[in-house]
Design a binder for this molecule. Structure first.
Ligand SMILES: CC(C)(COP(=O)(O)OP(=O)(O)OC[C@H]1O[C@@H](n2cnc3c(N)ncnc32)[C@H](O)[C@@H]1OP(=O)(O)O)[C@@H](O)C(=O)NCCC(=O)NCCS
Length: 169
């Protein structure tokens, strides 16, 4: 568990599935790429978290705000152990309260201190204004537009904006 004055992050639990699933149902999650179709599928995702932590491929956290579960933030580590990709989502009822920005700050601390990550990345759909603002406010610099990067499941591959923050020590 890690805390700031605004939010607390804790490991995700299987019982978070229903709440997360409900949050994803929002029609305003336009540029969010998770397409879990049932609560059971979400449970299955959450069950795998422990193993993923063990093999250092994903570290996913639930975001608690005023004692309520309002979203999630995670770091995914693929081929290079020193590069982490941050992802996040917040229940739309809690948007624009600085929650995602506060969660990114906490997860960065974990990335740096615990996971020894040196480069953090955030990928956003070009039209995902909220997500881009979270990245920019958190000090990430736009590095590239990645062409045909997102498979949005609608037959089209769409571009992505790559943001990154370099951690010098
Ligand atoms: C993107 C998302 C996580 C932002 O969460 P949030 O908690 O509302 O973000 P914050 O409150 O920390 O906002 C940071 C800044 O972005 C601004 N912002 C947030 N959403 C915005 C939007 N839709 N349009 C314009 N600005 C927005 C905030 O006002 C704030 O700026 P300010 O401090 O100058 O006022 C949330 O909208 C979300 O869950 N979207 C759906 C899932 C998703 O797209 N995830 C990202 C996938 S890459």
């Amino acid at each position: 568990m890690i805390k700031s004055p605004k939010v607390t992050l804790r490991y995700q639990q299987i019982k978070d599935a229903k709440r997360f699933f409900k949050i994803f149902q929002s029609p305003n999650f336009t540029y969010f790429n998770v397409r879990v179709k049932t609560v059971e599928e979400e449970r299955e995702f959450l069950r795998k978290n422990k193993e993923k932590r063990k093999n250092n491929s994903e570290h996913n956290f639930s975001i608690i705000y005023k004692k309520k579960l309002v979203g999630a933030v995670g770091i995914s580590i693929q081929r290079r152990s020193y590069i982490g990709e941050i992802g996040y989502f917040i229940d739309e009822k809690y948007w624009r309260k600085g929650i995602a920005t506060a969660a990114v700050k906490l997860v960065e601390e974990i990335a740096l201190k615990k996971l020894k990550i040196r480069r953090l990345e955030i990928y956003c759909h070009p039209k995902n204004v909220g997500s881009r603002k979270v990245a920019e406010k958190s000090g990430y610099k736009k590095q590239a537009i990645l062409k045909k990067y997102y498979d949005r499941g609608n037959g089209n591959l769409e571009n992505s904006v790559l943001y990154a923050k370099i951690i010098d020590n």
